[in-house]
Design a protein around this ligand. Structure first.
Ligand SMILES: Nc1nc2c(c(=O)[nH]1)N[C@@H](CN(C=O)c1ccc(C(=O)N[C@@H](CCC(=O)O)C(=O)O)cc1)CN2
Length: 284
C-alpha cells in the first residue's frame, strides 16, 4: 500500500508558518486577482485563494472582467496594477474569456509582481535554471515542495509528466529537469503506446490532463511515485486523472484527489505572494 502524499495537511502547516512570517515582517502584502466571474471554476478557486490569503494576513483585491472584455482592456488593467505601489502581487486566474490571449496578459505583469510565475520573464528564468529569486507556477512548485517534504529526491530518477499546459506540464518538466531527473513530457499527441511504454519504467509520474482515470495501476511500475494534478467531477464526486484504487496498490507514494496537489497550489501561491512583497521591500 502506498503512503499518501497529504497535501491538505502539509499546506495547513505551510500556511501557519507563513502567517507568522507575514506578521513578523510588518509588511502589508496585497494580491490583485483578475478573473472571469462567469467561469464557475474561477469563481470557486478565487474564493478559496481569497479566504486562504486573509487567514495568513495577505489582502486581496478582486478585478472581475466582463464577458466581452478584450486583450487590450485586460492589458490596461494589468498596466494600472503594475503601476500601483499598494499592489505587491498580481494573479490572472485562467482562463479569462475566450477573446483574451491569456499568455500575452501573463507576460504583461511586472516580473516582480508575477506571483504565479507565468510571464515570459519568470518562465525564462525557470527554463534556463537561472540563479536568483523568481516565482514559479504554483501547481508544479507545490508538487516539488511536497516531494521534498516526503524526502523524494528526483535526482537520477526517470520522471514522466503527462500534460504540457503553461500552468502545469511545461514548468513541471522544467522543475524536475532542474532537479536532475530525466524527464519525458507527454501530451495529447503522444501515441498511447509510446506513453504506456514510458510509464512502464518511470519512477515518478505526474499527470494533469483532465481525464478521469486516465492512468491505471496496471500501467505503472511497482514502487512508482504518483502525483495527480487532475480534477474531474464524476457522478458528483471530485476525482483525479489516476485511478486511485488500482494505483495505490502498486505505488510507493500517491496523492489523493481532493486533498493532494490542489491545497498545495494555494499555499504556494501565498508563499510566492509574500516572497514578492519581501523582494520589493528589499529592492526599494
Ligand atoms: N492563474 C492561475 N490559474 C489557474 C491555476 C493557477 O495555479 N493559476 N490553477 C488552476 C486551478 N486552481 C487554482 O487556481 C486550483 C484548483 C484546485 C484547488 C483545490 O484545492 N482543489 C481541492 C478540491 C476542490 C473541489 O473539490 O472542488 C483539492 O484538490 O483538494 C486549488 C486551486 C486553474 N487556473
Amino acid at each position: 500500500m502506498a503512503t499518501i502524499l497529504d497535501g491538505k495537511a502539509l499546506s495547513k502547516d505551510l500556511k501557519i508558518a507563513l502567517a507568522d512570517k507575514v506578521k513578523e515582517s510588518g509588511l502589508s502584502p496585497k494580491l490583485a486577482v483578475v478573473f472571469d466571474p462567469k467561469n464557475d471554476g474561477s469563481r470557486l478557486y478565487v474564493g478559496m485563494k481569497q479566504r486562504a490569503a486573509a487567514k495568513v494576513g495577505i489582502a486581496t483585491e478582486d478585478i472581475a472582467v466582463a464577458d466581452d472584455v478584450t486583450t487590450e482592456a485586460v492589458l490596461k488593467i494589468v498596466a494600472d496594477l503594475n503601476a500601483d505601489p499598494s499592489v505587491t502581487g498580481i494573479l490572472v486566474q485562467a482562463p479569462l474569456p475566450e477573446a483574451v490571449n491569456d499568455q500575452q496578459v501573463f507576460s504583461a505583469i511586472a516580473p516582480e509582481k508575477d506571483v504565479d510565475g507565468l510571464g515570459a520573464f519568470n518562465q525564462g528564468m525557470l527554463f534556463g535554471d537561472q540563479p536568483g529569486e523568481y516565482a514559479v507556477a504554483a501547481t508544479p512548485q507545490g508538487v516539488m515542495t511536497m516531494l521534498k517534504h516526503y524526502d523524494i529526491d528526483p535526482y537520477g530518477k526517470k520522471a514522466v509528466v503527462v500534460g504540457r499546459s503553461q500552468l502545469f506540464g511545461r514548468p513541471m518538466a522544467a522543475l524536475l529537469n532542474n532537479a536532475n531527473a530525466t524527464v519525458t513530457l507527454a501530451h495529447r499527441y503522444t501515441p498511447r503506446e509510446m506513453l504506456l511504454d514510458s510509464l512502464k519504467d518511470a519512477d515518478i509520474v505526474v499527470v494533469g490532463v483532465g481525464i478521469a482515470n486516465f492512468i491505471t495501476g496496471d500501467q505503472i511500475k511497482d514502487g512508482a511515485v504518483l502525483v495527480d494534478v487532475g480534477m474531474n467531477v464524476v457522478d458528483g464526486k471530485t476525482t483525479g486523472d489516476i485511478e486511485f484504487v488500482s494505483a495505490e496498490k502498486k505505488a510507493s507514494f500517491i496523492t489523493p484527489v481532493p486533498g493532494g496537489v490542489g491545497p498545495m497550489t494555494i499555499a504556494t501561491l501565498l508563499e510566492n505572494t509574500f516572497a514578492a512583497a519581501l523582494n520589493q521591500e528589499k529592492n526599494q
